[in-house]
Design a protein around this ligand. Structure first.
Ligand code: PEP
Ligand code: MN
Length: 267
């Protein structure tokens, strides 16, 4: 596949400006306007966050769980941008999500692990995105299948979306593991060998599933020269409506960042 060697994508610009891995942070789910704004202001105060994430439409494993606030939360993200200047990103899984997110000026979209796994869904998203200039981050599929991950990126590229990044969020496994999703670090390396210029972001929150694993997983990603980290943050993590065990306060995120050893990037 051709993800062309364009060095003026959204992600490469941010990386060049910062000279350090990007940081994407925000709650697993947008729950209330107050929660979203409190998180965003807390993150802004750290002075290190590049992109504010929040799930609006949540792909929950079982029905009856909190499935996200839906479109009512999109104006909250517009308020985040107006008040903090932070650009925003949400997960999209259907053409309607794409249309609504773009209408509300969401800056970057991401495709979740449960969508990347389905070529029909990915193709519908690619068709909906064709002709837009929006940057797109593609999470790995839930299962350890690099070809499927690459295929989703190729579908984007063929639709004219070349402003792409990949997110490693770990792979589901039957084997007992301390991780929520096994990191299997070789698989993203395999993706990078296929697309060397593609920015690669690590999501320690969904790999670890536990707060105490965020630091070692993030450190490993930095040691492997990842281009960014995505870490879930919530003002009151224990009361989060989704992924409570893995979220940290913005203040705790600041401490974790302080403990990370950032190598000097070679490129
Ligand atoms: C998320 O980012 O909150 C999420 C649902 O992630 P994933 O698609 O990696 O499970
Ligand atoms: Mn989550």
């Amino acid at each position: 596949m051709e993800i062309p060697l364009v060095l003026d994508t959204y992600f490469t610009h941010l990386l060049a400006q910062k000279g350090q891995p990007l940081l994407i942070a925000g709650p697993c789910s947008a729950e209330t306007e107050e929660q979203v704004l409190a998180t965003a202001h807390g993150l802004k105060a750290l002075g290190k966050v590049d992109l504010f994430r929040a799930g609006i439409w949540k792909p929950r494993t079982r029905p009856g769980s909190f499935e996200g606030m839906g479109s009512v939360a999109l104006p909250w993200l517009q308020r985040v941008k107006a008040e903090t200047g932070l650009p925003t990103t949400v997960e999209v899984a259907t053409p309607r999500h794409v249309e609504e997110a773009l209408r509300h000026e969401v800056d970057v979209l991401w495709i979740g692990a449960r969508t990347t796994v389905n070529p029909f869904a990915v193709q519908e998203l690619a068709d909906a995105l064709a002709g837009t200039k929006v940057p797109v981050m593609v999470k790995n599929p839930v299962n350890p299948d690099v070809a499927l991950w690459a295929g989703a990126l190729e579908r984007m590229e063929r639709a004219g979306i070349t402003d792409l990044a990949a997110i490693h969020r770990g792979f589901s496994t039957f084997a007992p593991s301390k991780y929520r999703n096994a990191p299997t670090w070789m698989l993203p390396i395999e993706l990078k060998t296929r697309f060397p210029q593609l920015p690669l972001i690590c999501d320690p929150s969904h790999i670890g599933g536990r707060r105490d694993l965020l630091l070692p997983i993030a450190q490993k990603a930095l040691d492997l020269d990842y281009d960014g980290l995505m870490i879930e943050t919530h003002p009151d993590p224990d009361r989060a409506l989704s992924d409570a065990e893995q979220q940290v306060t913005p203040q705790r995120l600041g401490e974790i960042l302080g403990e990370l050893n950032y190598r000097y990037r070679s490129s």
